[in-house]
Ligand binder design. Structure first.
Ligand code: AP5
Length: 220
């Protein structure tokens, strides 16, 4: 399975990618997570990326393509991957296409997670992530279960992302419309685009995604 999840900030890409990773055994490749790891490690890339991310802007295409090339070369991506947050520009999509063509492993589908922008602000305002295991929660719609433990046996250590404040979210949405939405036509023209309604409960959205996967498998 080689899938791209496309959608606005807060549409649920990360949440659904984590579920599919657990169910199908292919890794979630989140460029946002990879950048946040670099920020936490205090590398040169991390320091430069933090300024861009905190402003709600996009990190340069050549840097992102380098990160993806390196990530997809790791052994766990050989059986497939779920790209979450990449590509985000036409240049990134062209670069990804060229990389996968070289490897002979094209994308199976690009799933667009469609949702009303008003819902996104609420989702992002209530989002919390675990500092240790990276799991994504929501204080109202998807809190950790009482007493639920992290992978290391301790309670989840939740934090709020610095770019989830109202002003930065507004900027991220505007960057999405300007730089990422053109990918909808780009992938539709290639016959790869599938659309799902990303509103509703986590389980409902997950079922729609699984239905798309099932349709791909039956088409092969
Ligand atoms: P990134 O981390 O990729 O952020 P994003 O694309 O803005 O997406 P989010 O992570 O905000 O949202 P999501 O769709 O994953 O939603 P989630 O599942 O968490 O990127 C961050 C920054 O890094 C960028 O701004 C940029 O600077 C840089 N960057 C990253 N990739 C880059 C690239 N390729 N090129 C250049 N720069 C790049 O859900 C959100 C909340 O809603 C959660 O709390 C969740 O629990 C809840 N929720 C989810 N689904 C539901 C549901 N069905 N019902 C109720 N609640 C739900």
């Amino acid at each position: 399975m080689r899938l791209v999840l496309l959608g606005a900030p807060g549409s649920g890409k990360g949440t659904q990618a984590q579920r599919m990773q657990a169910r199908h055994g292919v890794p979630q490749v989140s460029t946002g997570d990879l950048l946040r790891e670099a920020v936490a490690a205090g590398t040169d890339l991390g320091r430069a990326a933090k300024i861009v991310m905190d402003a709600g802007q996009l990190v340069a295409d050549n840097i992102m393509l380098g990160i993806i090339r390196e990530r997809l070369a790791r052994p766990d991506a050989a059986r497939g991957f779920i790209l979450d947050g990449f590509p985000r520009t036409i240049v990134q999509a062209d670069g990804l296409g060229a990389l996968l063509a070289d490897l002979g492993t094209p994308i199976d589908a690009v799933v667009l997670m469609e949702i009303d922008p008003e819902v996104l602000q609420k989702r992002l305002a209530g989002r919390r992530s675990c500092r240790r295991c990276g799991r994504v929660f929501h204080i109202e719609t998807n809190p950790p279960k009482p007493g639920e433990r992290c992978t290391d046996g301790k309670l989840h250590d939740l934090f709020q992302r610095p770019d989830d404040n109202e002003e930065t979210v507004r900027e991220r949405l505007s960057v999405y419309c300007e730089r990422t939405q053109p990918l909808i036509d780009y992938y539709a023209r290639k016959g790869l685009l599938r659309r799902i309604d990303a509103a509703g409960t986590l389980d409902e959205v997950n079922s729609r995604l699984e239905a798309v996967l099932a349709s791909l498998t039956s088409a092969h």
